[in-house]
Design a protein around this ligand. Structure first.
Ligand code: M6R
Length: 369
């Protein structure tokens, strides 16, 4: 049932192009409009919502962090993202005009379930983004947008994450569509880019051998740091989480702009630091800032592992290892930038002799608070 792969995780990483395509299937019409009738929340509620609050745990939380950038950029509706386990304990401000989005692969995560119950008690409408048909979280929500990743067996989430991102983009674009905000050429271009993205994920998968080799060469390291900016920051957090749960290594993700506020003190000779570089097109200011960060950490001895768009030559002189990803619009970059980090963590786990599909102390769905 592992389809010829050694681990479910490898199989699920390889299934990502299809999972992404399946999650888009039937949801965008030929004219480039979104047809999300399955979101049974009345359009009037979506139009009048004055705030979006996303609740989720772990990898799903990272998808939520990325969704915030898309939702606020495309709809101009304020969006908060909160760890489900913290949410109800701080007495959050919720009302009938709050749209809550609960993201969960399993649909059974107790922390997320308790957060959504709390939100509904306060009168908020809850939309679930979920991969498991008929599970508890969608059953208790007002509406659900299913991700079509297929069953995910490995404890470490991979294909579910990519499809959660796709679902979040769809919700953000749909909100923009029904609210009439910024509905123009940019959005149509994004929809076209989304339709092509599964091929780009496939391209990334085809070029992963050097990443595996690199991972094996780092098997005896204690720490790996991850840096990113904008949507690359949650990607860095996700890269670090994957490494913790699979390789049992100390791994941390930082917003690159925070380096100078403390974390740069951690940099020492030969410390591996993975840097997710934003596209040089689009938000080029951020691109240039992160290139300076790479120079700074390298000057202090870091071994720089740089993930950058094809054609971005500015990073070449400062990259000890360069991992190329296809050019995408800034907001969609996590769909391609996360894949090498999954492969990296999986290979490090194998090199360290760890159980890939069933890491110690972890369960696939966490049904206790
Ligand atoms: O089933 P869920 O999406 O609600 O699970 C949330 C987290 O427990 C999950 O993403 C966890 O962090 C993964 N093991 C990460 O790979």
């Amino acid at each position: 049932e592992k389809g010829g792969y050694d681990y479910f995780m490898l199989k699920e990483i390889a299934e990502q192009p299809k999972a992404v395509a399946d999650t888009l299937l039937g949801r965008i019409d030929a004219a480039g409009s979104l047809t999300l009738d399955e979101i049974r929340i009345p359009v009037s509620v979506l139009r009048e919502a004055d705030k979006v609050v996303i609740v989720a745990c772990g990898t799903a939380f990272h998808a939520g962090l990325i969704a915030k950038y898309a939702i606020e950029h495309w709809t101009r509706v304020p969006c908060e993202v909160e760890l489900a386990s913290e949410f109800r304990y701080r007495d959050p401000i919720l009302g009938q005009r709050t749209l809550v989005i609960a993201i969960s692969q399993s649909g059974e995560t107790m922390d997320t379930l308790m957060a959504l119950r709390h939100a509904r008690e306060q009168g908020a409408k809850v939309l679930a983004i979920c991969n498991t048909n008929g599970s508890t979280i969608p059953r208790e929500s007002d509406a659900v947008l299913y991700t079509h990743a297929g069953p995910e067996v490995a404890v470490a989430s991979t294909k579910a994450f990519l499809t959660q991102l796709v679902a979040c983009y769809l919700v953000a674009l749909y909100l923009g569509q029904v609210r009439g905000t910024k509905w123009g050429d940019e959005i149509l271009a994004v929809i076209r880019d989304l339709a092509r993205i599964s091929h780009q994920v496939e391209k990334v998968l085809d070029t992963m051998e050097p990443v595996r080799e690199l991972a094996r060469s780092l098997a005896d390291k204690d720490t790996v740091l991850f840096l990113g900016r904008h949507v690359g920051h949650p990607v860095a957090l996700e890269g670090a989480l994957k490494l913790k749960e699979l390789a049992y290594m100390h791994a941390e993700g930082f917003a690159a702009g925070e380096l100078k506020h403390g974390p740069i003190a951690l940099i020492e000779n030969d410390l591996p630091v993975v840097v997710v570089v934003p596209s040089p097109r689009g938000r080029s200011v951020l691109h240039d800032k992160i290139v300076s960060n790479i120079q700074e950490i390298r000057a202090r001895g870091a071994r720089t592992i740089v993930i950058a768009e094809e054609g971005d030559e500015t990073v070449v002189p400062y990259a000890d290892h360069l991992i190329r990803i296809p050019a995408t619009p800034t907001l969609l970059q996590p769909l391609v930038a996360t894949v090498p980090l999954q492969v990296f963590a999986c290979e490090l786990a194998t090199a360290r002799g760890n159980e890939v599909d069933q890491p110690r102390n972890l369960a696939k769905s966490v049904t206790v608070e």
